[in-house]
Write a new protein. Sequence first.
Length: 142
Amino acid sequence: MKIYTSYFDNWKALVAKKVIVVSITSRKPWGFTDMPVLSSLAPNLACRNAPPNRFLETYKKEVLEKSNPYLVYETLKTISASNDNADIALCDFFKPSNYNYRRQVAMWLEQHLAIHVEEFPVSPPSSDFKIREKRTGTGEIG
């Protein structure tokens, strides 16, 4: 099993490569009923209330430092095993950047588990299908 990070709008490329999309938000996007969710890695209220320039620092302190990387890895192995040992992509709503929290999760797993977690290559955007996050906190297909 290989672990990637990505974002929900890249789902077509992920599915085409038989990579299992795992949400690391507090829920899965609307319309994706079978998607596993690791809400323990989702930003909590302290993160959401942090000023933008302190978000990642707060995320590390309030989420990653309180999580067990070995338990996360075992959970991912279980998800992979139940899907023919497929690769996994930890996904959120944000476009690729070294400054989003999914890349913080990748660095945290790399540091604790001595594994490599890369960003899944971005496929060309599709104009006919986008996943957006509603202000109410639920995802929508548009």
